[in-house]
Design a protein around this ligand. Structure first.
Ligand code: ZN
Length: 451
């Protein structure tokens, strides 16, 4: 590329980034604009479009991309396996042009496309820009959304949802001050009387026990919350669960609570044995509030919710759908999930939450519990209120003790504007709100799933 060509590209990027910033060009239409207005046709437009969104993000956040790199050829090419009759979409930088099923050489279809919607960078994890969302309430700031979503239109849906929500004043968020970790000790006793005496003994010693456990939570400034005793019956004897909860302001704290409850288990055994009380089993009870249980009683994580308010009278004019029809759709959808026996609703959230975890690589990297979601809709003071709740957001971003975070993922957190576990939860809830709100609008407008 010669100097003048290079300058011409810079001009295109500068101009398009300006149009993005002015709200005159939606981020998902940059590829088309560069091809149609500036005459840079596929596949060359894909790199410029990604550069445009990167420039726009740098201008609006003051943060620059360094570790989230842009490959030389950031687009995909389409091929066909003539034996399997299967189409393959392969990154242009990939040198393996064989069918992964039969091994035959693939035939080019001479078609290209962006790696993912709203692509901004990354060569293994493909980062998508997904709009900017203004939040207010427990957290007041604007977050710039980056998702590693994979294929599909999800990032565009979140971007569109953000635009609607910002137009109506942003997302009102609620986020609890502490994240919780939970661990339980499980016992089996030979008699109901033995179990009853054990509860008395352990309850009598609880304050001393908590004092001994507390230093083990210091690493993450944790403290012990409620301790619950729960009985259950089984053929094997009289079961007792003693469930401990730790509260952590800016961490996940799971590891330190595990160590503290490990100590508690040892101390409790001493207490029972010193009183001559025999148990048949004393273990850490994984099954009760341990790892990743999809139960509404699960105490792990941090509560976060986000809602948008739209004046009832403006709803149809601004959003192009009768608000009563919208409410009916949301209620029908929530009822459908309950009919299936789902403890939680999960729609777009089931994709958006993992996409945020992949972008930021926070611990835990499995977002199973964090993906639990509820949706709600109501009318209040002349407004239609639509919202989502995430009851169990787990996140550790404060320290290396919570697990390593790669440089590109730390960069993503920096660009997103997330500076604490609480802000992470707020940003997550706001993005899930944006995705669900946009999807619910599209479905109730009967714009989707048309054949
Ligand atoms: Zn094949």
């Amino acid at each position: 590329m010669d100097e003048s060509e290079h300058e011409a590209e810079k001009d295109i990027v500068r101009e398009c980034a300006g149009r993005l910033a002015a709200g005159k060009l939606p981020p998902w239409k940059v590829e088309k604009e560069i091809a149609e207005v500036h005459g840079v046709v596929p596949p060359k437009n894909f790199r410029l479009a990604a550069l445009t969104r990167r420039e726009f993000i740098a201008r609006t956040t003051g943060e620059t991309f360094a570790f989230i790199t842009l490959p030389e050829k950031p687009y995909k090419l389409r091929y066909k396996c003539t034996r399997c009759l299967f189409d393959w979409e392969i990154a242009a930088g990939d040198t393996n042009l064989h069918c992964s099923i039969c091994g035959d050489t693939l035939e080019s279809l001479s078609q290209s496309g962006p790696l993912v919607s709203n692509y901004v960078g990354g060569s293994e994890a493909y980062y998508s820009f997904a709009g900017t969302i203004q939040v207010k309430g427990d957290i007041n700031k604007a977050f710039t959304n980056l998702l590693v979503y994979g294929t599909g239109l999800g990032p565009i849906g979140v971007t569109r949802g953000c635009r609607y929500i910002n137009k109506f004043g942003g997302a009102e968020v609620r986020v609890s001050e502490f994240g919780r970790a939970a661990r339980s000790i499980g016992y089996i006793f030979a008699s109901d009387e033995g179990r009853r005496r054990a509860v008395e003994l352990l309850a009598d010693n609880l304050e001393r026990l908590k004092k001994e456990m507390t230093p083990l939570l210091e690493e993450f400034s944790g403290r012990l919350g409620a301790v619950e005793f729960e009985s259950a019956e089984s053929q094997h004897g009289y079961t007792l669960f003693v469930d401990f909860v730790g509260e952590f302001p800016n961490a996940r704290g799971h590891g330190s609570l595990s160590r503290a409850v490990g100590l508690a288990k040892k101390k409790c055994q001493e207490i029972l044995m010193n009183s001559g009380l025999d148990y048949e089993l004393s273990v850490i009870a994984q099954g009760y509030d341990g790892d990743l249980k999809p139960s509404p009683r699960n105490k792990r994580g941090r509560y976060a919710s986000a809602e948008v308010r739209v004046p009832f009278r403006e709803f149809e004019k601004e959003l192009n759908i009768d608000p009563d029809k919208f409410i009916s759709f949301v209620l029908l959808d929530a009822l459908g999930a309950r009919k299936l026996g789902c403890q939680f609703y999960s729609g777009m959230g089931g994709e958006i939450v993992p996409a945020v975890y992949k972008a930021t690589q926070v611990n835990p990297q499995s977002p199973l519990v964090s993906s639990f979601e509820n949706i709600f809709v109501k009318t209040d003071k002349g407004d239609l209120v639509y919202g989502v709740e995430l009851p169990n957001v787990e996140v550790g971003i404060a320290s290396s003790g919570e697990g390593i975070i790669s440089p590109s993922a730390r960069e993503a957190l920096q660009i997103m504007g997330v500076r604490s576990a609480r802000e992470f939860a707020a940003s997550l809830a706001a993005q899930v709100l944006a995705g669900e709100f946009n999807l619910a609008l599209e479905i109730s407008r009967e714009k989707l799933y048309k054949s």
